[in-house]
Write a protein that binds this ligand. Structure first.
Ligand code: KIV
Ligand code: ZN
Length: 526
């Protein structure tokens, strides 16, 4: 089918900005850079790498991505104040193609209650912000926040100002996930009528999933003429999340002949991107999640299995290989050498050299000693597990857990502290994991509270690597951590201490605190 550039939908990925605002997600700089590299392999058009003014950690991560990751436009978010825009520019300016994305709320409820200002002031802020951003770059995006609940005539005036000042992309967010597909499409039609210059810029949709309509609303905006969609891998984001990247991409891919619009994303990288984001954020993917859930291509009913065996398309509208789920041929064993490991990692798109290769090799050997076959999925898990280890983190030196059906479990642990000292702790608990985590608290001297604990197997089989995700709360902060090992208790200990290290880290502002801080910043008049 003939594809025209006019019908190309740009994928604007906000996993590292809106996605990272999900409670408990606390990615460090290295993890953010790794996700950005994978997004580039996936072929997204724009990476919104962060909100640089919010913390030095966010600034550094955006800057590192701008300096290292080639291909996509690298974008930084800013409110309308000069300081925000300066910070966003300083963070992205070294990118091949930098973008500043500035926003201000246009709904009366946000203007009156949150910003405590007037419509006239919002117009002035828009004018000044876009003009200032344009002094730095000719790629400027403007968003009227809470656009879907704004008076459309007023929002049109604000958008007109942004275009007059040189904005090149206009994004209208459904910030609170309130709109419905027909309504959102109608809002766009009205905006096209009211703002003649709108057809000369890129128009963009940004929908939240509070009513489960984020993808449907985004699609409605695209059919109304928009050519950029803002979305996040696995649909992560504020509250119920953002429109899910993989659902949008596969919707446009699978139904291209009907809808006539397309994306340049490399669909074969979808499954791997989803696994990486899930691992590094500690947000598991629900089993029945469209496209990337583990059941998305599974058939339980006999009638369906029979049909698929006879002809796959009887019950499958997509081929699993299209999203990169083909059985990977990589299998290593305990006799595989460093060279074979490096080649296997390269095949997976992971460039690991020098000290990182040595560490990965050491870890691979430990696992290959316990497990006969080390597969592509195992390697991915091992490499991202190594990457999560921040230099300042606590680590489990040793543990000893007694569990029996006749007395309370007892755990004794030794933990290496960030300064190199080793501290001990012991505790009894309701179960072995409870005793283990309480002993870790005792050793590190912090009273973290466990909020969530998940165990999953990386592959099938009794010797599978176990992957543990922990979400805990410490001093009002939510933070998550993931650990991988053939031993579930070992994986649990690493996950717990990583979550604790994240909760205590300065440069990674986790969950609750980030939300409060963002709210406070948004309410102050810039
Ligand atoms: O949801 C929203 O309104 C946003 C804007 C900052 C674009 O994330
Ligand atoms: Zn948003």
């Amino acid at each position: 089918m003939e594809r025209s550039e006019q019908d190309r939908v740009r994928i604007f990925d906000t996993t590292l900005r809106d996605g990272e605002q999900s409670p408990g997600i606390s990615l460090n700089r290295q993890e953010k850079v790794e996700i950005a590299y994978q997004l580039a392999r996936l072929g997204v058009d724009v990476i919104e790498a962060g909100f640089p003014i919010t913390s030095p950690g966010d600034f550094d991560a955006v800057q590192a991505i701008a300096r290292e990751v080639e291909g996509p436009v690298i974008c930084g978010l800013a409110r309308t104040s000069k300081q925000d825009i300066d910070a966003a520019w300083n963070a992205v300016k070294d990118a091949e193609r930098p973008r500043i994305h500035t926003f201000v709320a246009t709904s009366d409820i946000h203007i009156e209650r949150k910003l405590q200002t007037t419509r006239e002031d919002v117009k002035g802020q828009t004018r000044a912000a876009v003009a200032h951003a344009r002094e730095y770059t000719d790629d400027v995006e403007f968003s009227p926040e809470d656009g879907s609940r704004s008076d459309v005539e007023f929002m049109a005036e604000v958008i007109q100002i942004a275009i007059d000042e040189g904005a090149t992309t206009i994004n209208v967010p459904d910030t609170v996930g309130y709109t419905m597909p027909d309504e959102y499409a109608e809002m766009w039609r009205r905006l096209y009528e009211l703002v003649p210059g709108l057809s000369a810029v890129i128009t963009s949709v940004h929908c939240h999933n509070d009513l489960g309509l984020a993808v449907a609303n985004s699609f409605a905006g695209l059919t109304a003429g928009c050519r950029q969609v803002e979305c996040a891998v696995n649909g992560i984001g504020e509250r119920a999340g953002n429109a899910s990247l993989e659902e949008i991409v596969m919707l446009l891919h699978t139904r291209e002949s009907s809808v006539g619009i397309w994306t340049a994303a490399n669909t074969r990288e979808i499954a791997r991107t989803s696994r990486l984001v899930s691992r590094l954020t500690g947000y598991p993917v629900q089993p029945n999640k469209a496209i990337v859930g583990r059941n998305a291509f599974a058939h339980e009913a006999g009638i369906h299995q029979d049909g698929v065996l006879k002809e796959r398309t009887t019950y499958e509208i997509m081929d699993a290989t299209t999203i990169g789920l083909e059985a990977n041929s990589i299998v290593l064993g305990k006799h595989s050498g460093r060279h074979a490991l490096r080649k296997a990692l390269e095949e997976l798109g992971l460039e690991v050299d020098g000290a990182a290769l040595n560490t990965a090799f050491k870890r691979f050997k430990e696992i290959a000693d316990k497990k006969k076959r080390v597969t592509a999925l195992d390697l991915e898990a091992i490499v991202s597990d190594e990457m999560r280890q921040a230099p300042s983190a606590f680590t489990v030196e040793s543990f000893d857990i007694e569990a029996s059906s006749t007395r309370s479990p007892l755990a004794r642990v030794r933990v290496r502290m960030p300064d190199g000292a080793v501290e001990s702790g012991s505790f009894t608990g309701d179960g072995p994991v409870d005793a283990f985590f309480s002993a870790l608290n005792a050793a590190v001297g912090h009273e973290a509270r466990l909020k969530e604990y998940h165990v999953s197997a990386v592959t099938g089989g009794r010797d599978a690597l176990g992957e543990v995700t922990v979400l805990l709360e410490l001093n009002g902060r939510l933070a998550s951590g993931v650990g991988v090992s053939t031993d579930i208790l070992e994986a649990s200990g690493s996950a717990y201490l990583r979550a604790l290290s994240n909760a205590l880290s300065d440069d990674t502002m986790a969950g609750a605190e980030r939300l409060l801080e963002r709210e406070a910043q948004t309410t102050s008049t810039p």
